[in-house]
Design a protein around this ligand. Structure first.
Ligand code: ZN
Length: 422
């Protein structure tokens, strides 16, 4: 029974599986059922772009279930098929190379004028090979060119996905883990579940990376509104357009504005205009998907606001799992963040003489003050006093003055214990 994976793309370009289904056979009815199940999971019930191979039963099912979606065809597999047909029907080899070069120029044509110019060139080269000529016309160019030639695919927001190679890669990984196709449903379920849990963690990590990490080369004023609220991958795309801007300027014709249409991000000519008036790129020109850095969807469609809810939950959970020393260390770290004006360094009680050599003879410095043992941190004093509250023997905290407890903090918490929770 074949296993069909349905893949979705996050705003951060991470690939993840949204559904796994077993199909008795790969017929249109089964594909339709699988896609209908998927549709029920999608907010709004619609998708904008679906990339498939040229498998007519699947394409028909896509058209039936998602009539508004653009069904692109995998460019990688089309090129492989065309090359194979060329090898079988065109001779000598030199001619094959010539044809495939012209084919590549054709499929990457950026507008219709260039497409028809490249098509004339391509047909001129293929004219003497009638079988191949009919094949590329009947199988690909006439019925499907809008689904794989860049002239047309660059008009839809596909986020850079014009092949199914990513799906193949995930499919291969899953098959490798499953090892064979005769496992019982419980084992398969567990394997797939583990895979989903892992990808969930990876997506959260990518979100956190986008929120926290600031890349030095993106410290330009242009990106000021984007850091922490827009996917890092989106900023990388914008940075590439910023580099193009140096050659393109504000000329829309030169720019072609492909990234604006395919990714929903500012293209080179747009960035040039913001740059001219010394303005940062506004957040509202970024397609909303790039600003989704959390799983929760409030349904507003607006850029998600930064929240620490998830981080706080993780910290509380980790705190519960730690031993006493770990808890003290974590609590101290958090206090330093929560009360930055409060230093963990304690002020000296007496003024230190900095001039002149110390007098010889009996020293006034007590043995205790000669000790190389570090002073306890401020939070350790506080913790000690909190732990001892309720007993009359321990020191108390009053206003700005913190008295050192006598023996309540004997062990110093090793700093490295913090690393356990990082
Ligand atoms: Zn542009």
């Amino acid at each position: 029974m074949p296993l069909l994976e349905i893949i979705g793309i996050t705003s951060t370009e991470m690939i993840f599986c949204v559904r796994f289904v077993y199909l008795k056979s790969e017929c249109a009815d089964n594909f339709t059922w699988a896609l209908q199940m998927l549709k029920e999971d999608i907010t709004g019930g619609e998708v904008e772009v679906i990339v498939t191979d040229r498998y007519l039963a699947l394409m028909n099912a896509v058209e039936y279930v998602f009539p508004k979606a653009d069904n692109l065809l995998c460019l990688f597999h089309i090129c492989k098929n065309v090359k194979a047909k060329c090898k079988m029907t065109v001779f000598p080899k030199k001619k094959q190379v010539q044809i495939m070069g012209a084919w590549e120029a054709l499929v990457y044509s950026y507008d219709e004028a260039q497409y028809y110019m490249n098509l004339a060139n391509f047909e001129g080269i293929c004219s003497s090979s009638s079988i191949f000529n009919d094949y590329k016309h009947d199988q690909w160019l006439i019925p499907h060119k809008e689904r794989f030639v860049e002239t047309w695919t660059n008009r839809v927001m596909h986020f850079g996905n014009t092949t199914t190679q990513r799906v193949e890669s995930v499919h291969w990984s899953l098959k490798r883990i499953l090892q064979d196709s005769i496992g019982d449903i419980c084992n398969v379920w567990e394997t797939i579940n583990s895979m989903i849990v892992l990808q969930h963690s990876e997506i959260i990590a990518s979100f956190e990376n986008s929120i926290i990490q600031k890349v030095h080369r993106h410290s330009n004023r242009l990106y000021a509104n984007l850091h922490g609220v827009v996917s890092k991958n989106a900023i990388d795309h914008i940075a590439a357009e910023f580099d193009r801007m140096k050659y393109v300027g504000i000329d829309k014709f030169e720019c072609r504005c492909t990234v604006r249409r395919t990714h929903g991000l500012p293209c080179a000519c747009e960035i040039a205009r913001y740059n001219m008036i010394s303005r940062s790129i506004p957040l509202d020109v970024i397609y909303v998907r790039w600003t989704k850095l959390i799983f929760h969807d409030d349904g507003s469609g607006k850029p998600s606001e930064l929240s620490m809810k998830h981080e706080i939950e993780v910290i509380v959970k980790k705190f519960d799992e730690l031993d006493v020393l770990g808890k003290i260390a974590l609590k101290g770290k958090l206090r330093e963040i929560a009360y930055p004006s409060t230093s963990s360094m304690c002020p000296l009680v007496d003024k230190v003489k900095t001039k002149g050599a110390p007098k010889k003879g009996k020293s006034n410095v007590s043995k205790r003050n000669k000790s190389t043992k570090c002073h306890s941190s401020w939070w350790e004093y506080v913790d000690a006093s909190v732990r001892c509250s309720g007993t009359n023997t321990c020191s108390t905290v009053t206003s700005n003055k913190v008295q050192q407890p006598r023996s309540s903090v004997k062990k110093r918490t090793p700093r490295t214990s913090v690393s356990k929770i990082q």
